[in-house]
Design a binder for this molecule. Structure first.
Ligand code: NAP
Length: 263
């Protein structure tokens, strides 16, 4: 990206490390957002990224041992020093967001959000009130909503978390039948792919909701970008939400366990 540095937004995060990253599978997270750790992280990121500033710097997980005001204060200093331009909080709660925002205005929260994981919708009014963007991570429920996977799909237990995610267990495909049918029907109506439907649904809700689907394939990147050309009316969104609230669904991966440093 060196040649395009001024035309891209680089976002990265601070505040966690993995417990036993050498082992396969899903690792518990250890949080550390004390001021020294934040400073050390930002310097390391700047060095690795070979840039002199980070456009958007997120706290990866709330550290219950450090008050939001202390984190926000440290960020405020880093902004004054020009090392970061904006900051955000990942897996933010309303109370934490409000307290942090009071000390140093937050640009974005980055929380899990998809048709299968809607528990952060209660944060939307707070985002609207404070003028904070909502960046939706795992917007395809880790790929499941693309409908590219089925009961026969196999994931490498050493390298691919999906092997242990509840939505990819064999019995989940049957439980999610209604959800898949609804997405398929909408895809037909909108001349879109299932992945585009999942992304367009949330983008149609508010202009400040931004999904960040992950992919290793250029064709899927282009497909996902195409979701920006598909829209749902507020009535259509409300009808989809109503269906989602009542239909049977499997469990969905809700995040890695957070363990205390002392353990
Ligand atoms: N803040 C946090 O704590 C946090 C946690 C998790 C993730 N994230 C971020 O969220 C982003 C994405 O989340 P995610 O990767 O967990 O879940 P996701 O975007 O819901 O799903 C990604 C998976 O879906 C597949 N996929 C993507 N587009 C597709 C398409 N059009 N058709 C078929 N399959 C498709 C990808 O496979 P292929 O690669 O094979 O295409 C990938 O395995 C990443 O930027 C990640 O850094 C943040």
């Amino acid at each position: 990206l060196k040649a395009y540095r001024d035309r891209v937004v680089i976002a990265t995060k601070f505040g966690i490390r993995f417990d036993h990253p050498e082992l396969p599978g899903n690792h518990p997270l250890i949080t550390n957002s004390c001021p020294e750790a934040i400073r050390e992280s930002v310097e390391s990121s700047l060095r690795r990224l070979r840039t002199d500033h980070i456009d958007l710097y997120y706290q990866h997980r709330i550290d219950k041992n450090v008050e939001p005001e202390v984190v926000a204060d440290t960020i405020s200093e880093l902004i004054k020093e020009g090392k970061i331009l904006h900051w955000g909080i990942s897996e933010a709660t309303a109370e934490y967001l409000r307290r942090a925002h009071r000390v140093c205005p937050v640009a974005a929260v980055q929380n899990r959000y998809s048709m299968m994981a809607r528990w952060h919708e209660s944060l939307f009014p707070v985002c609207e009130e404070l003028g904070v963007g909502f960046v939706a991570f795992s917007p395809l429920a880790n790929g499941l909503l693309s409908k590219c996977y089925n009961i026969e799909s196999i994931f490498d237990t050493q390298t691919d978390y999906r092997a242990v995610m509840p939505q990819y267990q064999k019995d989940s495909f049957e439980k999610n039948k209604c959800l898949f049918e609804m997405i398929e029907q909408l895809a037909m109506e909108k001349h879109a792919t299932p992945a585009q439907i999942s992304l367009a649904w949330m983008m149609s809700k508010k202009p400040w909701i931004v999904p960040i689907p992950g992919t290793r394939c250029l064709c899927r990147l282009k497909e996902n970008i195409g979701a920006a050309d598909i829209s749902f009316s507020q009535e259509e969104v409300a009808a989809i939400d109503k269906l989602l609230s009542t239909m049977e669904m499997s469990e969905v991966f809700g995040g890695s366990r957070i363990v205390d440093k002392a353990q």
